[in-house]
Design a protein around this ligand. Structure first.
Ligand SMILES: Cc1ncc(COP(=O)(O)O)c(C=O)c1O
Length: 444
């Protein structure tokens, strides 16, 4: 934890040093990135980020749900340095080193449900999804796959084809990988069938069985259903438990593999190690990345032992499972099991309660949702009609930055709160008071 007070602004934003970086970035960096505001980080410690001009921010983004142990956790940094002094790389696809198998054993032990799993390592979320997509085809010898509207699985061609959160992601890149069918997710605040839970009996899953499978998509050709336990980029949408349970039953009835994308929800973010644990789901395959190594690039795809039956040469990655990332992940898991997952559950529940109270005084807040420290508010200009407050959401994120609170949007009109799992009630108090000020200003 920083001893310096935070948040604290010492220049206007962006400050002079930040402006110089922005100018060079503007000239040389791909314009495809989606920066919402001009934060130029110099260093980060726990939940505090300091920019190149010395402005200190309270970070409720964790580098997009990655730095779950806080920025530059000293034990993670030490593990990185210790490994770097031994060797940086040897390619685990052609040689052996202990960090890979030690981490695989640990990941299997903390897996939701069945623990008899094998691990394939990658460098990112999208690559973990690509690996899963290849494995489900390989293992089942079936060609088709189902995923959900609102989902985000990454930007490589397979992951992009599974995704359906924003059409801009696909615009100009067609054709997508064939054989993927998108179906509605249980977004109960805006039910795509205009039904109400629980009276609906989660009939969005029945629709797959009764309509899709009978009229268009032969279930015996479906290799897998890819699903985020809680949709992330799509708007932090928490479905009812029965949604996942019925979906799993559907998979089991037709020999379809249930693939849980835990890339954003995993590694303690939701107050349990994996979000599947909230839903009582034992996924056949699941994918992880983001929070797995506290900021070092690493992804993993875990499958039941009997499912991961591909042969040498069928899939590999030069950098996947890099020794430094694996060592960082081993320490990360110890920190998570040593108290941070619990803090996410307890502090997250407190935070959500406070946001619900705030909804009583701020008309822009249409919905408060989330689990653990994966929390969001959906903003609307009219609560009855649920009119999406898109401009207002963007303004809230921008103004919060100016006042020293780093936030990110998700979906079209939601704001997400994903601080490090080390976050304290005091930090949550600071974030709430800035949010209160910002909402008051935007509501006019
Ligand atoms: C659920 C989910 N899956 C996959 C990805 C893609 O991960 P990456 O950006 O590491 O490729 C993301 C990234 O936001 C994600 O949230």
């Amino acid at each position: 934890m920083s001893n310096e007070p935070y948040p604290k602004m010492v220049t206007s934003l962006p400050g002079p040093a930040a402006k110089a970086v922005l100018a060079k970035d503007d000239r040389y960096i791909s314009p495809s990135y989606t920066r919402g505001y001009p934060l130029v980080i110099d260093r980060g410690r726990d939940v505090v980020v300091t920019d190149v001009d010395g402005n200190r921010f309270l970070d409720f983004t964790s580098g997009i749900a990655v730095c779950n142990t806080g920025h530059a956790h000293p034990e993670v940094v030490k593990a990185i340095i210790d490994q770097a002094e031994k060797f940086l790389h040897m390619s685990g696809t052609d040689f052996y080193y202990a960090a890979q198998s030690e981490l695989a054993e640990k990941l299997a032990r903390i897996s939701p449900g069945e623990r008899d799993r094998r691990v394939f390592y990658s460098n990112s979320g999208a690559e973990s999804i690509e690996a899963a997509l290849k494995l489900v085809r390989y293992h089942t010898r079936r060609t088709r796959v189902i995923s959900f509207f609102g989902s985000f699985h990454g930007r490589t061609m397979g992951a992009l084809s599974l995704s359906a959160s924003k059409s801009i992601h696909e615009k100009g890149f067609a054709p997508m990988v064939p054989g993927i069918t998108h179906v509605p997710y249980a977004y109960c605040y805006r039910c795509p069938y205009h039904l109400t839970y629980p009276q609906c009996n989660t009939s969005c899953v029945d629709w797959i069985r009764e309509d899709l499978f009978k009229r268009a998509l032969p279930p015996e050709e479906v290799a897998a259903i890819f699903v985020e336990p809680i949709q992330g980029e799509g708007g932090y949408i928490v479905p009812p438990k029965s949604f996942h349970q019925k979906l799993k039953e559907l998979c089991d009835d037709y020999g379809i593999l249930y693939v849980a994308d835990e890339i954003q929800t995993g590694m303690g973010r939701t107050g349990k190690m994996f979000a599947c644990d909230h839903f009582g789901i034992d996924p056949d395959i699941f994918t992880i990345a983001k929070g797995i190594a506290s900021g070092m690039p690493l992804g993993a795809m875990l499958a039941r032992h009997d499912i991961m039956d591909w042969v040498p040469g069928s899939h590999a990655s030069t950098f996947g499972g890099n020794p430094i990332s694996c060592r960082a992940a081993l320490v990360t898991i110890d920190l998570l099991t040593g108290g941070l997952v619990k803090n996410a559950a307890v502090t997250g529940a407190y935070f959500k309660e406070e946001l619900v109270k705030m909804a009583g005084t701020h008309r822009l807040i249409g919905d408060v949702r989330g689990v653990g420290l994966m929390v969001a508010i959906e903003l609307v200009t009219d609560r009855e009609k649920k009119t999406k407050a898109v401009k207002e959401r963007n303004r809230v994120v921008e103004l919060a930055f100016r006042k020293g609170l780093l936030l990110l949007g998700c979906g079209e009109n939601s704001v997400r709160f994903i601080p490090a799992l080390t976050v304290s009630r005091k930090d949550i108090g600071i974030a709430l008071s800035i949010l209160d000020e910002v909402l008051t200003e935007v509501e006019g």
